[in-house]
Write a protein of this length. Structure first.
Length: 223
């Protein structure tokens, strides 16, 4: 059974496509995509031989040898782009996801694909990087696991531009959804507390203060 985070990632994948799951671990996402009919084929990649061994066992147990390839790769460096429609990078920090995308050796092909990104931390940093580097979030969801709330983003190529504070901190979430609203409220509290702490320390941050004001104003429309 997939976690809520991975189920959300699976739901954003292009129907009938070929998906690369980066950092696949046990290949549960890739197997789910094929057994559910969401994807036609998949690549399960990981930086470690141990996880890939576990992935191969999962693939074999589900009768999917030949439809899911396993590749030892640091991010996307050893993954061939031919035929790929989607790339899933889930369960990593925002900075690590940025590094994987920056280090991809086939940047032109990358921009033809749909990226499903699920950062565990630094989601705002990832959103800002995406927009400044020619990507845009087309759909975004909030997933609750226990007391934690996580963003799951569907991303495609776009023209580079500077994103405003609301887009950086709240993304494309639908704030009518209770979990998305709770996520936004947590972001607002973080910004407010951080901006206040900087000011109290005698090192005010105008960017943070402006971001806190913009996000708070956005939330007023939903509370």
């Amino acid at each position: 059974m997939l976690s809520p985070r991975l189920l959300a990632c699976a739901d954003l994948v292009t129907p009938g496509g070929c998906v690369c799951d980066v950092g696949t671990d046990h290949a549960k996402l890739a197997v789910h995509l094929l057994t559910s009919g969401r994807a036609h084929s998949a690549i399960a990649s990981d930086i470690g031989e141990g996880p890939l061994g576990s992935a191969r066992k999962t693939i074999e147990a589900n009768g999917l040898i030949g439809r899911i390839r396993t590749i030892l790769s640091d991010g996307l460096t050893q993954v061939p782009p031919e035929g790929l429609t989607d790339i899933v990078i889930a369960g990593m920090g925002g900075e690590t996801i940025i590094h994987i995308l920056e280090s991809c050796p086939w940047q032109e092909e990358l921009r033809t694909m749909r990226l499903i990104l699920q950062p565990m931390t630094r989601a705002a940093l990832l959103r800002e990087w995406l927009y400044e580097n020619g990507f845009a979030i087309r759909e975004e969801r909030c997933v609750r696991e226990g007391k934690f709330l996580y963003a799951v983003m569907a991303v495609t190529s776009d023209v580079p531009r500077r994103a405003d504070a609301v887009l950086i901190w709240l993304g494309r979430m639908d704030l009518h959804d209770p979990d998305c609203l709770a996520y936004a409220q947590r972001q607002a509290r973080f910004l407010q507390q951080t901006a206040r702490a900087r000011a109290d320390a005698g090192t005010p941050d105008e960017v943070l203060t402006a971001a806190a004001a913009a996000v708070t104003k956005r939330l007023e429309e939903f509370t």
